[in-house]
Design a protein around this ligand. Structure first.
Ligand SMILES: Cc1cc2nc3c(=O)[nH]c(=O)nc-3n(C[C@H](O)[C@H](O)[C@H](O)COP(=O)(O)OP(=O)(O)OC[C@H]3O[C@@H](n4cnc5c(N)ncnc54)[C@H](O)[C@@H]3O)c2cc1C
Length: 380
């Protein structure tokens, strides 16, 4: 058993850390406050090869694996999660095109994503269907050689930025098996009848674009269907396994940053005539944070490594996502507490870490849903 990253992986981690510290640090507080982002940072990240690293080389990507993707997620999130999401999600959903798309779809969509020339997103969640994905009711009805799409989606990352979205839509609503009613269809966002509105006032990851979108008789060619008709649920689960582990890696990054901020603070802050770090009650908190962060990290990289070996363990992925979400929330809470009143201020990074951590428990499947996946697998 070898727990060391390869030289290439260590180089990726170092480059990602340097990029995020150089590009994110000075801007993160303002982007969080103003709910904005500078697309030039995304373009620069793409030029340096941080975007779409999992896209195969023949389509312009680096053809790297889930471990490398997790390294980027961890390193970027350790500096700022909102900006990490803005930089790393523009290929969100291209995994489905790569795994299930036709050769023509791959050649059409993947190269511009890998170069950072196009932005996409994945639209699953609806106002009345989140955790219960199979209840999604946006319809795509075939008329000749087109699909006509009607319905709405909510909380869609990159909804107002994207050039196109891969959308989870009902194509066979009467199928007796609710897991065979949906398909994945690409919708270009300049199609007539498509509308997206940015959602403002998020608790955290405020540099990231989150939108509600609607489809009003949006027409797309049938050739925009990705994979087999009725296979949308299976394709969604494929995507979730890959992305959930990336979100868990974000939780590791947040917890690691919370630990680093805490160590710096308690060594310097004097209370009752001595640095906070000299009090055992404080030391126990630091030890807990390290232990939980490291446990989460090991789960993440084992699950990611298994995916890259072609041995996807969806139980371990779900367990890692559930654990890292809770762990990030606990570690950032402790970090803020250790900072006292200063932690309550926006100018201290721990405030942002604390607010950002909660999203790890929500998107790509809530902590409850991940635990239900683990339990179902164990009790089956
Ligand atoms: C910032 C942000 C970005 C997002 N990006 C995207 C995106 O790009 N694309 C996309 O499609 N979606 C996206 N989402 C949506 C996200 O995946 C959903 O919010 C999430 O899956 C939960 O769905 P919901 O909000 O409808 O909550 P609900 O499903 O209504 O759940 C509410 C609560 O009930 C619990 N619950 C539900 N069912 C059960 C059960 N059977 N047993 C026990 N507890 C249960 C849940 O755990 C949760 O705590 C995003 C969300 C946010 C906030």
């Amino acid at each position: 058993m070898d727990f060391e990253l390869t030289k290439e992986q260590r180089d990726i981690a170092k480059a990602a850390k340097e990029f995020a510290e150089g590009e994110f640090t000075d801007k993160a507080e303002a982007f969080d406050r103003d709910e904005t982002f500078d697309e030039a940072i995304f373009k620069k990240a793409a030029e340096l090869g941080f975007v779409g690293i999992f896209i195969e080389e023949q389509y312009g990507g680096a053809g790297l694996g889930t471990v490398e993707q997790c390294i980027l997620q961890e390193e970027f999130a350790a500096v700022d999660l909102g900006m990490a999401v803005a930089v790393l999600t523009p290929c969100f959903g291209s995994e489905i095109i790569q795994a299930f798309g036709t050769e023509e779809q791959k050649a059409t969509y993947l190269p511009s994503l890998a170069k950072g020339e196009a932005i996409m997103g994945s639209a699953f969640t609806e106002p009345d269907a989140g955790s219960d994905l199979a209840a999604a009711s946006t319809t795509a009805v075939q008329e000749g050689d087109e699909f006509v799409i009607n319905g709405s989606k909510i909380f869609i990352t990159n909804g107002t930025r994207a050039d196109y979205l891969i959308c989870f839509v009902q194509t066979d609503p009467d199928n007796a098996d609710k897991h065979q009613r949906h398909s994945m269809i690409i919708v270009e966002t300049n199609r007539e009848g498509f509308e997206a509105n940015r959602l403002r006032g998020k608790l955290g990851i405020r540099a990231s674009d989150t939108a509600e979108i609607s489809f009003n008789n949006v027409r797309v060619p049938c050739s925009n269907l990705v994979g087999e008709p009725g296979n949308g649920f299976t394709e969604a689960m494929y995507l979730f396994n890959l992305n959930r582990i990336g979100v868990a890696a974000q939780g590791v990054g947040l917890a690691r940053a919370a630990l680093e901020e805490s160590i710096n603070h308690v060594k310097k802050r004097i209370a009752f005539g001595a640095p906070l770090a000299t009090y055992q009650a404080v030391q126990l908190k630091v030890a807990d944070m390290f232990t939980w962060m490291h446990a989460g990290k090991n789960m993440v990289y084992e699950a990611a490594w298994r995916i890259d070996q072609g041995k996807v363990d969806h139980t371990l992925v779900a367990a890692a996502k559930a654990f890292c979400g809770q762990m990030a929330v606990r570690c950032t809470d402790i970090a803020l507490q250790l900072h006292g009143g200063y932690g309550f201020l926006a100018e201290y990074k721990v405030q942002r870490l604390y607010r950002d951590a909660k999203i790890i428990e929500i998107y790509e499947g809530t902590t409850d849903i991940e635990k239900l996946i683990v339990a179902r697998s164990l009790l089956a």
